[in-house]
Design a binder for this molecule. Structure first.
Ligand SMILES: C[S@@+](CC[C@H](N)C(=O)[O-])C[C@H]1O[C@@H](n2cnc3c(N)ncnc32)[C@H](O)[C@@H]1O
Length: 189
């Protein structure tokens, strides 16, 4: 099965961390980044998976591909991984509240898409990949959710993430490197 990430916005340092985490969750051989228009970005992303310049909308136009779609009426289930070959995640910034951009940019353009929800909370790209992978592995009973966690950056500063973070067997699954990245951001000085 291919796990496809449609690259829809710029490749920021934060997104690089999320993509690297997706590669660890899914495995480099099973991950495909699509819609990567810049050669510099394609070359960087080859460290983490296969890379395509074309959009998933073009590549999977005829396929019944699962789309992780926050607006879907049906929840993702373990059985979906037996029925369908590939699964698609959108790479776009989280909105708070959500604006239906996965629907606008992906689901509505893929006529045979199989939209599936992970529940009412908005996850980051790697958070969504983590939860979906645990559903595939039938380990969802050990999953929990921490919505909008606050991260302490220093004695004076903290930041609230405007999305949900998975918890697995009681451990919070933050994007590796994100807390130190945020702590080192010059804007917090
Ligand atoms: C940060 S979210 C962006 C969601 C976007 N703001 C929207 O309005 O659709 C990035 C991607 O993670 C996946 N995702 C996040 N939370 C999800 C959920 N609760 N159900 C299904 N997919 C989700 C979707 O594929 C989405 O495109």
């Amino acid at each position: 099965m291919l796990w496809v990430i449609e690259h829809l916005e710029n490749l920021s340092e934060w997104v690089k961390l999320e993509y690297a985490h997706c590669s660890r969750i899914i495995g480099k051989r099973n991950l495909l980044f699509t819609n990567v228009r810049a050669e510099t970005e394609r070359s960087f992303l080859r460290k983490f998976g296969k890379v395509e310049e074309k959009s998933a909308v073009e590549l999977f136009a005829k396929e019944k591909i699962i789309v992780l779609e926050p607006r879907a009426g049906k929840f993702l289930a373990g059985g979906d991984f037996k029925k369908y070959k590939n699964i698609l995640i959108g790479r776009m910034l989280g909105d708070f509240p959500q604006r239906g951009r996965t629907f606008e940019l992906l689901t509505s353009k893929l006529k045979n898409a199989v939209p599936r929800s992970l529940g009412n909370y908005q996850f980051s790209i790697d958070g969504a990949a983590f939860v979906a992978r645990k559903i595939q592995l039938k380990q969802e009973k050990d999953l929990g959710i921490l919505n909008q966690p606050e991260i302490e950056l220093s004695d004076e500063h903290s930041i609230e993430l405007h999305y949900a973070v998975p918890v697995f067997k009681g451990k919070i699954i933050f994007t590796p490197g994100l807390v130190s990245y945020l702590k080192n951001e010059e804007s917090w000085e």
